[in-house]
Design a protein around this ligand. Sequence first.
Ligand code: 3H9
Length: 646
Amino acid sequence: MPVSVSRRGPVAVLTIDNPPVNAITPALARELEARVAEAVADGEVAAIVLTGAGRNFIAGYDIREFVRITSGETEAVVDLGSILNRIEDSPKPLIAAIRGAALGGGLEVAIACHYRVASPDALLGQPEVKLGLIPGAGATQRLPRLTGSSRAAALCTFGEPVRGPEALAIGLLDEVAEDPVDAAVAMAAKVGPRRTRDLPISEDTYVPPGLSRKALALPAPPRAIQAVEGALKLSFEDGLREEARLFRECLFSNESKSLIHVFLGEREAARVPGVPAVPAPDIKLAAVIGGGTMGIGIAMTYANAGIEVLLKETSLLLADKAMNAIHKNYQGSVLRGRMKQAQADERMARIKPVLDYNGFERAGIIIEAAFEDMELKRRIFAEIDAVANADAILATNTSSLNIDTIAAATGRPGRVIGHHFFSPAHVMKLIEIVRGAATDPAVIGASLALAKRLGKIGVVVGNCKGFVGNRMFHCYRREAQFLVEEGARIEDVDGALTDFGMAMGPLTVGDLAGLDVGWRIRQQHRHLEAPGVRKPLIEDRLCEAGRFGQKTRAGWYRYDEERNRIPDPEVNTLVQAVAREAGIDRRFIGREEILRRCMDALVEEGRRILDEGIALRSSDIDVIYVHGYGFPAHKGGPMKWAELDW
Ligand code: 3H9
């Protein structure tokens, strides 16, 4: 039974048990109503306490139900709002005892109870906007009666949850207690029924939440405000009807379908056929080789997760440089108020610079983050093979090289795997977990669990040049360059993609990463280029002119002292010359065509990747793009975007 009933004297304790997080399904909602009705009818019951089994109260309405509804698999949403109205009508006091998450529909259940007690670490909020939705079971009407309308609007519009003490301070809770069930049972003897909907909305002046231009363009945030404002203008019943109408508009929006796709995709990525779901390995020490940008970010990622780090460099000078850069990053976080000084000091102290492999034998994982040079990487792997303990994971952060060739430099290719982080590694959530032909499935499972422990999202991909993300990105950037050759303005190419919602335009990304990187690789591999295949021409010419991007303050754009981007007529002249020499007819190309061609390039390569089995499922590709490449989550990732009718 998902709702079990026990008795504590005259108090009936109803426990919702629907693992993993007690999400509300239609059947569960109906059963909850029936159990409350039974307790109300039971002459021996004086009060009812509602709680959740396991770590959470209720994490919300079952998100998978929404997919069933929008795909037409089931009819309408169960009318949770009406069920909660009937539960709230209980003539006996009804108290929610909350541990862990009371989110979305979970908080709506809690505020339809007459009183609420929660543990200090409980997490209460209306995060529906993060799924492109608004609350759909009464929160926009009940919250203003508990917290006041301004606070209620902020909770529903920004979706940020609050912990126990703050929830108490804003009126969401009646008590905070270490053992909320005990406290709720004790409270039951002292209180009478009190419907939230009967409480007056405080007279405080209502201040609507300020929305950014970006948030205003999304369906959910303005509707969340509209629904809460309904509580100020309408009767409770009419306010609920208005909320239900706005909720439905959101539910069928492409943005919500996309955000839900990403939410479920992030969790689906952890399920890989043939790979055991294991707990994260108990790593106490991680060793990172290479103190460049990536190595620094990876070291910080481990230190942030409470793991000691050895950071190996090749000279004192480079080790100092790496530690200074780490210090600067942490101090930046302190200055921006994201971290306390003590926290930054503690994390910094976990990272120890070293110049040799002493101590590596104690490391549970060794991550190589040296230059992209196969011979160098093979040498490093042979060296760590000689020192690493038998259980260690040997990971390479290569972004494009062949994992099998690297693994073959060791006597234990089963322990070798790719952990491809994205820059800046301590910020970006994605890790592409690259499986080699010999990688032991247990090492893949451990890597996935480790990613979660690090606060990252791991996606398992196959071994090919560029893996999933960079292989697709290569095609996308190539198309962007073709567009410029054919007549598109440079600013339009970047602008079309940033208007779409990409964090950065494709040409600006090149300037940031350094145009010389690809140029040098192309010079080395010129003899491997397939004849007759169109290649982009401009970036080589920019590099020949010494324009490597931001680092030389000139690339596709010019950059001033503050690294502000300035369009450069010199580049236009160069582009025109390149096009003339190559016999390319130039014409006006608008932003719509730019967007379509760049997206098509991404999606077509994504399909090839799926056909080849390099990615397991299209949602994996989408998760990679959202968390590694700044693709807007409300557009779902390239594969979902292509599937929806915009
Ligand atoms: C809503 O409530 C609308 C209402 O207004 C009413 C409308 C009528 N449904 O994240 P984790 C699963 S909208 C279904 O890895 P954590 C998750 O898929 C909803 N499943 O754990 C995963 O499954 P699996 C509003 C859910 O400890 C497992 O639980 N609520 C739901 O890192 C563990 O999840 C939200 O937006 C759900 N609602 O974090 C809250 N929630 O093991 C969304 C989780 O099979 N959830 N699952 O892969 C969260 O924020 C986090 O999951 C939580 C736990 C903080 C609860």
